[in-house]
Design a protein around this ligand. Structure first.
Ligand code: GLU
Length: 553
């Protein structure tokens, strides 16, 4: 019995003429240097920040090179796939504006000519190549049960030898085709394994885009190509898909480095050209104890991509941060090119960290503060409106009722050389400006953070005098400030800090104590943006109402 006979018994309805696929998915007609790459997640739940980094970097380099970025769903391991996993991935990518040129758009829709882009829909393609390998004597059915595989492992452990299905340990490698066919016909369960021609004593070299040359032993494992359910495992699926989808660059997590010998062997046996590989280090964090560890789906809320959407951290700020941790020279490029779009940055794989990037939310929030500070008030308003429409409907209603007023609030200390950097996220903004709205301004007496002046008689005295004698809504900023100074003089507070520092005992306090009383009575807070601007926006009615609240006592 020949290998063809065996192949026909295993895949009676599949043609091993793979040339139809070669024709159906031709070389892409792209300009020299164009990068075709992909994001290839398994639908195992939410997208992890580490995967988002990989997806973003992949999209970034392909876009910059005039190439193609596509999404492939790797769902051949049914145990790891979860319900709505695909939709979840697509939503996370959309939320981050990581748009694809090709690939799955939903469970049922896709774009592009190189599909299907969901692996479970590509069964016949994998089987055609598997059939071809069987015909060529490079793959075979393996009937070993789980117990037999366990017992091989136990023996190997006992002998302290390398674990795996290779060489003399391969029970099914040298069965005759007669026996194989008979066992299949008898209904025995089997999988398809590679008949690896490799020699563990020889070396293969991976020229990694990030890490340079890595030497590893050749693969001699008869790895599983097709499982008993007829679907492939990652190694086989990845090689076929990346070939037929004409991928030029594979960017993936560094947990796959050790599988490279299998992949390069498969590319050779299938006579496919091998793509370039870049293995990206894991995303780490420093935990509470100061130790470095992998950013964990389970322990760290910031590991989930949805976290940034829910917090209202601008997508572009996250992307700036991802580039900061991806390329060690990005930060300095950005500071020398503050007005350029990050899209103009020339990404360099060699500038990626080999040992894994450190993820630091504080740093991300600083980048975000800086980013938001450079937007116009109208842009901030529009983003705040979008964010609150989903996550804070009451506040959304309020800001829409007072659209111009809100925009003006957001504009305080914005149009200046060094704009204020209060807001790290859109969820942060309400905490900074709530006191500007009467609807939200309902403080108790204890909420007021009067600093040095604690005596309510004194507070009332200052506010009443200010309201009745000095406050005029129409004053310009200089006049407004000079009047506060005049009031200081009248009340025995130093209007000049230098004088105060020289002779503090000559005064009841200084001008800061007075402005603090005014500021706190209007906002409850001792620290706010520019007081003059706040008073201008609140207007005379709100100002006097808030001053007079202490007169009740
Ligand atoms: N499905 C694989 C994973 O989630 C993808 C690896 C690759 O990008 O090739 O790790």
């Amino acid at each position: 019995m020949t290998n063809e006979d065996l192949a026909n018994v295993i895949f009676p309805n599949v043609s091993s003429d793979t040339s139809i696929y070669e024709k159906k998915y031709p070389e892409r007609n792209l300009k020299e240097g164009a990068i075709v790459t992909r994001f290839a997640p398994s639908p195992t739940g939410f997208v992890h920040m580490g995967s988002l980094r990989t997806a973003f970097v992949s999209q970034f380099v392909s876009k910059n090179s005039g190439g193609v970025f596509y999404l492939r769903i790797e769902d051949t391991d049914g145990k790891r796939s979860i319900e709505n996993g695909i939709e979840g991935i697509i939503k996370d990518l959309n939320d981050f504006d990581i748009t694809i040129d090709e690939g799955a758009l939903s469970e049922t829709k896709s774009i592009g000519n190189y599909g299907p882009y969901i692996q479970s829909e590509r069964k016949s393609i994998y089987q055609a190549y598997a059939k071809k390998l069987i015909e060529e004597g490079l793959a075979y059915p393996c009937f070993c049960t789980e117990e037999e595989i366990d017992s091989i492992r136990e023996k190997q452990e006992h002998k302290k030898t390398r674990i795996g299905y290779y060489g003399a340990w391969t029970k099914c490698r040298d069965l005759s085709n007669e026996e194989r066919i008979e066992r299949i016909k008898n209904g025995e369960k089997y999988i398809i394994r590679l008949k690896s021609p490799g020699n563990f004593e020889r070396k293969v070299v991976l020229n990694d885009l990030v890490r340079g040359k890595i030497e590893m032993p050749e693969n001699d494992l008869d790895v599983v190509l097709i499982k008993s359910d007829g679907l492939p495992l990652y190694h086989f699926a990845h090689v076929i898909d990346d070939h037929l989808m004409r991928t030029t660059h594979v960017l993936r997590g560094d947990e796959w480095i050790s599988s490279y010998p299998i992949h390069t062997q498969l590319f050779k046996l299938l006579r496919f050209e091998e793509p370039k590989y870049g293995h990206l280090g894991v995303v780490m964090k420093v935990d509470e104890t100061g130790a470095r560890r992998k950013l964990s789906k389970r322990k760290d809320p910031e590991a989930a991509v949805s976290y940034y959407h829910e917090k209202g951290i601008p997508i572009d700020a996250v992307k700036l941060y991802l580039l900061t941790i991806a390329n060690s020279n990005f930060e300095s490029w950005l500071s020398s090119n503050p007005d350029k779009s990050y899209n103009e940055f020339k990404f360099d794989f060699k500038k990626m960290s080999e040992s894994g990037s450190l993820f630091d939310v504080e740093k991300l929030l600083n980048i975000s503060k800086n980013y938001i500070s450079k937007l116009t008030a109208e842009e901030v308003y529009a983003n705040l409106e979008k964010f609150t429409a989903i996550y804070d409907k009451d506040f959304n209603k309020l800001i829409k009722n007072y659209k111009d007023y809100t925009t003006n609030i957001l504009n305080i200390e914005r149009v200046q050389k060094k704009p204020r950097k209060d807001y790290a996220s859109y969820s942060d903004i309400k905490n900074h400006i709530w006191y500007m709205y009467d609807e939200l301004f309902k403080p108790d007496k204890e909420d007021y953070d009067f600093q040095n002046i604690k005596d309510f008689n004194e507070i009332n005295k200052i506010l009443n005098l200010y309201l009745n004698k000095y406050y005029d809504f129409n004053d310009d900023k200089d006049t407004w400030f000079n009047k506060i100074k005049d009031m200081c003089d009248e009340l025995g507070y130093a209007s000049n800090m230098k004088d105060y520092k020289e002779n503090p005992s000559n005064y009841k306090g200084n001008i800061t104590d007075i402005t603090t009383v005014i500021r706190v009575s209007l906002t409850t807070k001792a620290m706010t943006p520019d007081l003059y601007e706040i008073m201008k926006l609140l207007g005379p009615e709100k100002v006097s109402e808030r001053f007079l609240i202490f007169n009740v006592d």
